[in-house]
Design a protein around this ligand. Structure first.
Ligand SMILES: C[S@@+](CC[C@H](N)C(=O)[O-])C[C@H]1O[C@@H](n2cnc3c(N)ncnc32)[C@H](O)[C@@H]1O
Length: 222
């Protein structure tokens, strides 16, 4: 931590795979939280398997105009309906301690008390203003010492929204975790941490079976 000049309240951490990251969360005593942006539940399953729950799975499962949501995940309505049914069916079939919330991130956040969750995992609309909305909506729902996590930090819009949000907040009240990327360089620029990564398929395959990066520094919660 000190080596890279990071504020001790701030931790950026990566795991070799998202699945390992879910187990790592469990090992930190993380139990309940929300995944924001669920789609077909590809990550919900490892999250729910690893954690005691309840895990809240938030997604409107709704088609948006491209001008609002330009992403492969913005599928046609019939596909969204199918994904919603599929996620509910695997929750039921596997007896998972999870609940779907078919609504937007901001709507769902209103249903939670401040500091009531151990973590959130944000992976919804990656547009700049939506990432800001998600961070605003969920930041205070995570208890001190919990984790605000997210996916696709490599996306420019996610990256800059995050930097601006942290800039506005002035400090990192909650530990922030970015997962998956192994080859990162940390740098500190006016208190904002940036991360570069290599996410090619070949690269991911190469590290798939490697143990996660050393994480001892990440336990430094103050
Ligand atoms: C990238 S996908 C999620 C992938 C999933 N987390 C996984 O790892 O497999 C993004 C999802 O965000 C959802 N989404 C879009 N806008 C949203 C919003 N305002 N609130 C919550 N979810 C939203 C989309 O419907 C889509 O299913």
């Amino acid at each position: 931590m000190e080596k890279s000049g990071i504020n001790p309240k701030t931790v950026i951490l990566m795991a070799a795979t998202r699945v390992k990251f879910a187990s790592w969360l469990a090992a930190q005593g993380i139990k309940t939280g929300a995944e924001i942006g669920v789609a077909a539940g590809e990550y919900s399953l490892p999250l729910c398997n690893a954690l005691e729950g309840p895990i809240y799975l938030v997604d409107p499962w709704k088609t948006y105009p491209k001008s609002i949501y330009n992403d492969m995940a913005n599928v046609v309505q019939v596909e969204h309906d199918m994904r919603f049914r599929y996620v509910n069916s695997f929750i039921k079939a596997r007896g998972l301690n999870a609940k779907t919330m078919r609504m937007t991130s901001a709507e769902a956040a209103e249903e939670f008390e401040p500091a009531s969750l151990d973590f959130v995992y944000i992976d919804a609309n990656h547009g700049y203003e939506f990432v800001i909305i998600d961070l605003e909506a969920w930041w205070d729902k995570v208890r001190p010492g919990g984790f605000v996590c997210g996916h696709d930090f490599s996306s420019d819009t996610v990256n800059s929204a995050l930097a601006d949000f942290i800039g506005i907040k002035g400090d990192w009240r909650t530990l922030l975790i970015i997962t998956e990327e192994r080859d990162i360089q940390l740098s500190k620029d006016e208190g904002i941490l940036t991360m570069r990564e290599n996410q090619t398929e070949e690269y991911q395959k190469k590290y798939e079976h490697m143990p996660p990066m050393p994480m001892s520094f990440a336990i430094e919660k103050t």
